[in-house]
Write a protein that binds this ligand. Structure first.
Ligand code: SF4
Length: 453
């Protein structure tokens, strides 16, 4: 057997073409026009890799057929064929090629002479694009002469709560998708033909930006196609200020007022006891307090030493800071409420105290979500990042070192990793400033609502 010729389509280029012919064309013939990758995306890609390695450990004793780099997949195809011929029972990163289409499979397992394929995903369930991927993999593998008894998406199990060492059997859930991918086989064959024909003509497809640019994934050629102007063509409508409804909301608030915001970190794989995949782990809160209508606002805050810090300290500091009465004003109540419920389940000792906090929560987002107060500057959104500059332009996130919750989460997660004490101090200060602005923003937004009546 010799190495096959270089492939024309791979799983990812097939996916690009399936989303948009122009995306595939640009990827192949004009890749330098791609938008710059954001740091957050890189971090997500890296966490996906870790999950892949853990999944391999779940299938003990496999042989890795992955290529030395993306230009040597044909060697992988060759190695995989050799491993199968020599009776390998578990292969990691097995590669197959049929009719110019390459597909790698994360894990192939042979049991009682039958092959089972596992595609690893770091999500907690099966999503539509995974089924498209699996259908292409099935097409290539079975046409390469390997009969598949079953094909699974091996995803994370969000019901698994870590206690002690990671339990890899529990951490992952295999979901069979073979019936679904079999039904898609006809469509796969015709799509492959269409994509190959388009690539042969080398003509740039004439496709305008539209909703397809974000489905199933955000395209990374939006800059080239003018995706930045998608927002400009939208009409953000008229101002709405329903003073009566806003006043009704303001009247529900009971002093002292506590303006509260949590920050959380998150990882696919639980790192400590009590954590499950993608559990939002609270590490910081900011609290502005106003005792009566006319009194000055005071501030309290908590920031954990590190992600290993005991969550119990967070809970106890929070309970001490929030007193026994008065509204707890948050922006997007579902978030803080869910975190409190999770903490309550983890620390039953504080069940009734945390329940009492939940009963005091008031959602400042509510008048904006219900469109009792809307300005075109909010650009159709009721997120605090849009509402704040529309209502209080002088208060802005623009000059902060940390500009959003995702960034706060990521810098905290990496805090203390090879950083000197000055850097750590600088980051901690930036985290405190960011979270403080979130609750100060709420204070100012409420003042604005009150001033309308
Ligand atoms: S931005 Fe939209 S139109 Fe342009 S290549 Fe991407 S998906 Fe296609």
């Amino acid at each position: 057997m010799s190495l096959p010729e270089r492939h024309i389509l791979s799983k990812s280029t097939f996916m690009y073409g399936n989303q948009c012919l122009k995306r595939l064309w640009l990827h192949k013939f004009n890749p330098s026009e791609r938008d710059e990758e954001e740091a957050v995306q890189t971090a997500l890609f890296q966490s996906g890799t870790d999950v892949g390695l853990l999944a391999q450990k779940r299938f003990y004793g496999g042989i890795d057929a992955s290529p030395v780099d993306a230009f040597h997949y044909q060697q992988s195809v060759y190695d995989t064929a050799m491993l199968i011929a020599r009776g390998a029972k578990v292969i990691y990163e097995a590669a197959f090629q049929f009719n110019g289409v390459l597909a790698a499979m994360d894990i192939m397992v042979k049991r009682k002479d039958k092959w089972y394929a596992y595609e690893v995903k770091s999500s907690t369930g099966v999503k539509e694009p995974y089924l498209q991927d699996a259908a292409l993999q099935y097409h290539v593998i079975t046409n390469s002469g390997i009969e598949l008894e079953d094909i699974f998406i091996l995803h994370l199990n969000n019901k698994y709560i870590r206690k002690g060492d990671l339990d890899l059997q529990q951490l992952f859930t295999p979901t069979s998708v073979i019936e679904d991918v079999k039904m898609r086989q006809e469509g796969i064959s015709s799509k492959i033909l269409e994509l190959k024909n388009m690539l042969k003509t080398k003509e740039l497809p004439n496709i305008e930006i539209g909703p397809h640019c974000n489905i199933p994934y955000a395209c990374d050629f939006k800059g080239y196609c003018g995706g930045g102007s998608i927002a400009e063509i939208l009409d953000y409508g008229q101002s709405i200020i329903d003073k009566e409804a806003i006043n009704d909301f303001v009247q529900t608030l009971k002093y002292p007022l506590y303006f509260l915001d949590f920050e959380t970190w998150i990882t696919p794989v639980p790192e400590q006891d009590g954590q499950w995949p993608y559990r939002q782990m609270p590490f910081q809160f900011s609290l502005h307090i106003q005792n009566s209508v006319d009194s000055e606002v005071t501030h309290k805050e908590y920031l954990a030493e590190s992600k290993e810090s005991d969550l119990l300290i967070f809970v106890e500091t929070l309970l001490e800071s929030l007193g026994n009465e008065g509204s707890i004003v948050v922006y997007n109540k579902a978030f803080e409420n869910t975190r409190l419920r999770e903490l309550k389940e983890q620390f039953p000792l504080y069940e009734s105290a945390i329940s009492a906090l939940q009963e005091r929560l008031v959602d400042l987002m509510s008048p904006f979500r219900k469109k009792h107060y809307y300005l075109p500057e909010m650009e159709g959104s009721y997120s605090i990042k849009q509402v704040l500059p529309a209502l209080i332009p002088e208060l802005s996130y623009d000059n902060l070192l940390i500009g959003d919750g995702g960034e706060a989460s990521s810098v905290f997660y990496n805090l203390n990793k090879n950083q000197d004490s000055d850097t750590i101090l600088e980051i901690r200060t930036a985290l405190l400033e960011y979270c403080q602005l979130d609750t100060l923003a709420m204070v100012k937004i409420l003042e604005k609502l009150k001033s309308l009546n």
